[in-house]
Write a protein that binds this ligand. Structure first.
Ligand code: NAD
Length: 340
């Protein structure tokens, strides 16, 4: 018996999660929702995903566009075991009432506050925390990137203290109403909310984060300084630890991947759906060690990094895998995440 899944909110994250769910042997994508007809609704129909009406949308608008609806979000919820909520920030909390009324479990995204769910989730870091939960929250793109790296560093050398500056993309590629289109915007909430969000996964991690927003749409970049508990032998040992871990992709200097433009060009060359890149990206040349002090950069493709996590979250909730590594291996195989 496959676990029946709905995706409520078919935008940047929702359309990627829907594709990923449809590829899993133990999950069935029952349908997706749209509030209004647009090219994404058309693509969902072209892919054969049943389309349901959500939010403030009207059936008339879909009829005018010639897009057939299979029903409303209420109809969809009556047919599934779990819903992945990928609606805009804070709308997920409102939607939770629908899920409670329908008696379905739900996976929320990182735009919701942590208390929307029973636990926050990152597959490498705390898979078992998702076991049996009714409501689970996949942490945001930046927090997922930090939590994955924290898992590798903590489990190998331990972390004394971590300082990270997040260079955040101003908008996703399809967003034409956000910015900045010029300038660098400091985030005056100091330290930024990302550190406390990482502690929803690792409550005892000493981490302080700051952030700036810049005019790029491709990726976020994290500038990290970590004081480890034990000194690695050398930087190469740290590179090896990241390389051995699932969900990390490393670039060697000879590859001439100077920054995020080449990283995303590589991703488009690799040819995963949407040209996505779901791993943390580490530049080997950007890993330096000074005793216990580790410096490294990592790049995060904000549009897709939480997609495999959303699949693993469902598996954890329904106990579909023996453990985190088994779920991660299956997700990564079906999504074509190979590491290198
Ligand atoms: P988005 O705006 O691209 O997509 C949201 C979709 O939900 C849209 O299609 C919108 O029409 C639809 N919607 C609006 N109201 C709805 C309702 N009441 N019910 C159902 N659907 C509704 O947003 P997104 O970027 O995909 O973000 C979704 C969630 O994922 C947010 O919590 C966000 O913080 C989180 N997230 C986003 C990113 C990113 O970089 N885009 C990364 C990680 C996590």
């Amino acid at each position: 018996m496959k676990v029946r899944v709905a995706v409520n909110g078919y935008g940047t994250i929702g359309k990627r999660v829907a594709d990923a769910v449809a590829k899993q042997p133990d999950l069935e994508l029952v349908g997706v929702t749209k509030t209004r007809p647009n090219f994404e609704a058309l693509r969902a129909r072209e892919k054969g995903f049943p389309l349901y009406l959500a939010g403030e949308g009207t059936p008339e608008a879909f009829a005018t566009a010639g897009l057939s609806l299979a029903g409303t979000v209420h109809d969809l919820l009556s047919k599934v075991d779990v819903v992945v909520d990928a609606s805009p920030d804070k709308v997920g909390r409102e939607n939770r009432k629908l899920y409670e009324a329908a008696g379905v479990r739900a996976v929320f995204q990182g735009g919701e506050k942590a208390d929307v769910a029973e636990a926050s989730f990152s597959a490498l870091a705390n898979y078992s925390a998702g076991r049996g939960k009714r409501f689970l929250r996949v942490v945001s793109c930046n927090t997922t990137g930090l939590a994955r790296a924290a898992h590798v560093l903590r489990s190998t050398w331990g972390v004394d203290h971590w300082e990270a500056t997040l260079i955040r993309r101003g908008a996703d590629p399809a967003e034409s109403k956000k910015g900045p289109i010029n300038g660098i915007l400091p985030t005056f909430h100091l330290p930024s909310h990302h550190g406390p969000d990482v502690r929803t996964i690792f409550p005892d991690l000493s981490i302080a984060t700051t952030a700036v927003v810049v005019p790029t749409t491709l990726m976020h970049v994290h500038v990290n300084h970590v004081r480890l508990k034990q000194a690695p032998r050398d930087a190469a040992e740290v590179v090896e630890a990241f390389r051995r871990s699932p969900r990390f992709l490393l670039f060697a200097p000879w590859e001439q991947v100077d920054g995020t433009p080449q990283v995303m060009e590589y991703a488009r060359n690799r040819g995963a759906g949407f040209g996505d890149l779901m791993e943390n990206v580490i530049w080997e040349d950007g890993v330096r060690l000074d005793g216990r002090d580790l410096y490294f950069f990592q790049a995060i493709h904000q549009e897709s990094i939480v997609v495999p996590e959303s699949v693993d979250a469902i598996r954890a909730m329904f106990d579909l895998a023996k453990d985190g590594p088994e779920s991660i291996a299956l997700t990564d195989r079906t999504l074509g995440l190979k590491g290198r």
